[in-house]
Ligand binder design. Structure first.
Ligand SMILES: Nc1ncnc2c1ncn2[C@@H]1O[C@H](COP(=O)(O)OP(=O)(O)OP(=O)(O)O)[C@@H](O)[C@H]1O
Ligand SMILES: [Mg+2]
Length: 327
């Protein structure tokens, strides 16, 4: 499917690729186009080094979905990877003995030893995992937005992020089992010893909800009717190698890819200086390889975008980029 059709029909579109190639610009430009074509669109930056607000020319307070002024139907969100931990208190406050003032009893108990292990070793970067939990709300299709566009971090980080459902579901499955065992064991104790009503413990519920979200998110991400990953690259040999590796990883995670953006192409003009001529020749050689590999062999749709004289920022420039990106 062409990018235009993806923007009109899918639920999730992710932009990814090497550092500095134009992911944020392409994501922002696409989001404006989709919003202006009537889709209630949320654009989310998952890159801890956010630049989405800068690109759109607006202030995006961390972690708060913010309607973009002057563009109907468009909301922006820069994920705050740290602040979310508080929303998952049930995950971090999981010790019923401590709650009952009987923390000393933990010593020497094999079951609780396990729990300590799990919580102290901070499995797969707990802050990243919880940030992911937050994003899951928007990957699942139960929300107010027609389309969620992800502006992702450079390749390595994004792949870790996409692999999180697998890592997390193992980890959470373990926590749920343990939480149930602890809950059963100490439920009776709790009733015997605590006089006042304890604040309700929602940890099991939180875990189960998170686990279900992960399973749903995995399904949605691998469904070509719901999600597509757009790779953004520049016409250089290193970018070709990295795009090949990225494609392999996306296949491994079962994430559909149909379009590849080749950005920052030097155009043929009469007044090219020697330096620009050299750059253009290098790019054209690589572009022809990109066509052979990704278009002819792998059947991807290539989208070519010229190198602009100016920086691509804010509404007018993002719209101009959109003419090449979407048509
Ligand atoms: N086709 C283009 N012509 C001119 N400048 C461009 C083009 N595409 C992107 N840029 C500029 O290149 C810079 C990097 O673009 P952008 O922030 O979109 O890349 P990115 O892949 O998101 O980077 P990062 O990996 O740091 O998140 C920006 O200053 C942007 O304005
Ligand atoms: Mg970016």
């Amino acid at each position: 499917m062409e990018l235009k059709d993806l923007l009109l029909n899918l639920k999730i579109i992710m932009f990814g690729g090497k550092g500095g190639v134009g992911k944020t610009s392409c994501a922002a430009s696409s989001a404006i186009w989709a919003a202006e074509h009537g889709r209630n669109t949320l654009i989310i930056s998952t890159d801890p080094a956010h630049s989405l607000g800068d690109s759109l020319g607006v202030e995006l307070p961390p972690g708060v979905p913010t309607p973009i002024e002057d563009i109907n139907n468009l909301t922006g969100l820069e994920i705050n990877p740290k602040a979310n931990v508080a929303e998952f208190r049930g995950l971090t406050e999981m010790n019923p003995l401590e709650e009952m003032g009987m923390g000393d009893m933990m010593e020497g108990m094999p079951l609780l030893g396990d729990l300590e292990d799990l919580t102290s070793s901070n499995p797969p970067g707990i802050d990243e995992a919880l940030a992911f939990g937050k994003i899951l709300e928007f990957i699942e299709t139960e929300h107010d937005y027609d389309l969620v566009i992800f502006d992702t971090a450079p390749t390595g980080h994004t792949l870790r992020f996409l692999g999180l459902p697998e890592t997390l579901s193992g980890w959470i499955g373990k926590l749920i089992k343990m939480r149930m065992r602890i809950g059963k064991m100490f439920g009776a104790f709790k009733r015997m010893f605590s006089r006042e009503e304890k604040k309700s413990d929602n940890s099991l519920e939180v875990l189960e909800r998170l686990n279900q979200s992960i399973i749903n998110a995995r399904d949605d991400l691998s469904n070509p009717v719901k999600n597509s990953f757009i790779i953004v690259m520049i016409p250089e040999e290193m970018a070709i190698l990295e795009t090949g590796r990225l494609l392999n990883e996306l296949i491994k995670y079962d994430i559909p890819v149909s379009n590849i953006v080749v950005n920052q192409l030097y155009q043929r003009t009469t007044e090219l200086c020697d330096f620009c001529k050299g750059r253009r020749e290098m790019q054209q050689k690589n572009l022809s390889n990109i066509k052979k590999i990704f278009q002819d062999k792998l059947n991807k749709i290539l989208i070519e975008i010229p190198l602009f004289k100016e920086e691509i920022r804010e509404y007018d420039k993002l719209k101009e980029m959109g003419e090449f990106l979407i048509g």
